[in-house]
Design a protein around this ligand. Structure first.
Ligand code: NAD
Ligand code: TYD
Length: 339
């Protein structure tokens, strides 16, 4: 069995779906998951694989040089960096944790990977680094970076660090930039799980501004498959966009959720817009499709129904988050949490 791949941020939404998928589909691969268990990290996302002999959880911070060096020195065949502060609204409240985790954390991983000659590094980035589109056009890998939120600025900074390490040190990195993900285990601060869990309780859903902002939605497993394709076959130094070809205004999406859950439109509540709110994201995925043969498989209609059903089927998972029980458990297990 080859040395394990170090996955960071694997207790979050996308990382946990990625870990489950890889353990299921790649019998020769073993994984170490380094996660700080912030408010967004949840061990309950991976209970079903916790005892898998090809999986190991390590509690720690990607910006902690000692922890990262120790792990990387112990021998890893690659690094896939999911760990991040990921919520735009939180970055508007306080950008500090975003700078530390998203930028300093990435630098710490890059330095350790260089020091111990790790042969492969994948940076999980976002389409938000490209900024905002007008009514037409798509982000390609050549679109200039123009981040508009502290979150996207910190992700763009990390991408540029990766680029610089490739250029300066011949560092073997690849970058993925994906659109908005949805699916099981997403923390209910993001639009889809927030709206589902509010509607389940007949609570209103807060639509920012006029609700006409457009996002391109992709199922999290399609994103996980894109990351794996790029990790395995992407060309060093290259960026690969991924997206779901499912552009929806926030209002269209809200109506779909109301329909699926059989709730009235009166639950829509228009609230003050997010400052600097990006108007539209849309992705040109031709590079990853042509070069790596990747395509999204999950249709938005089916994926959204399945996602709603997942939240309906997992009241304990939601209750754990709402009551904060999972954070209390970590405090007992690991000491004070950074959240
Ligand atoms: P998430 O917020 O659900 O999970 C983040 C995870 O990182 C959590 O488990 C958290 O505990 C961990 N973490 C945070 N700071 C850490 C630190 N300093 N050290 C170790 N672990 C730390 O995020 P997500 O939605 O799963 O996103 C994962 C990655 O994908 C991020 O890099 C994000 O920028 C990127 N991305 C997300 C989306 C999306 O729609 N959610 C789209 C494109 C790209
Ligand atoms: P979000 O899920 O936070 O992802 P991102 O900001 O990274 O795209 O938001 C998706 C869209 O939904 C975005 O246009 C902001 C909007 N939104 C609301 O209208 N209400 C909400 O309560 C939230 C969380 C988001």
């Amino acid at each position: 069995m080859p040395a394990p791949i170090l996955v960071t941020g694997g207790c979050g939404f996308i990382g946990s779906n990625f870990i489950r998928l890889i353990l299921e589909t790649e019998p020769e691969v073993s994984l170490i998951n380094l996660d700080q268990l912030t408010y967004a990290g949840n061990l309950a996302n991976l209970t079903d694989v916790a005892d898998n002999p090809r999986y190991r959880f390590v509690h720690g911070d990607i910006a902690d040089r000692t922890v990262v060096r120790q792990l990387v020195q112990s021998g890893v065949s690659g690094i896939i960096n999911f760990a991040a502060e990921s919520h735009v609204d939180r970055s508007i409240q306080d950008s500090g944790p975003f700078i530390r985790t998203n930028i300093v954390g990435t630098q710490t991983l890059l330095d350790a990977a260089r020091e111990f000659s790790v042969p492969r590094y994948l940076q999980v980035s976002t389409d938000e680094v490209y900024g905002s589109l007008g009514a037409s056009g798509f982000f390609t890998e050549e679109t200039p970076l123009a981040p508009n939120s502290p979150y996207s600025a910190s992700k763009a900074a990390a991408d540029l660090l990766v680029r610089a390490y490739v250029h300066t040190f011949n560092f073997p990195a690849v970058v993925t930039r994906c659109s908005n993900n949805y699916g099981p285990y997403q923390f209910p601060e993001k639009l889809i799980p927030l709206f589902i869990t509010n509607l389940q309780r007949d609570e209103s859903v807060p639509v920012y501004g006029d609700g006409q902002n457009v996002r391109d939605w992709i199922h999290v497993l399609d994103h996980a498959r894109a990351i794996w394709a790029v990790y395995r076959q992407g060309r060093v130094g290259e960026v690969y966009n991924a997206g779901g070809h499912s552009e929806k205004t926030n209002l269209e999406l809200t109506h779909l959720l109301l329909d699926i859950l059989g709730k009235p439109k009166t639950l829509i509540k228009y609230v003050k817009d997010r400052p600097g709110h990006d108007r539209r994201y849309a992705i040109d995925t031709s590079k990853i499709e042509k070069e790596l043969g990747w395509k999204p498989k999950v249709t938005f209609e089916q994926g959204l129904r399945d996602t709603v059903q997942w939240y309906l089927d997992h009241p304990d998972w939601i209750a754990g988050i709402r009551t904060g029980d999972y954070l209390k458990y970590y405090q007992k297990q690991y000491g004070q949490m950074a959240c």
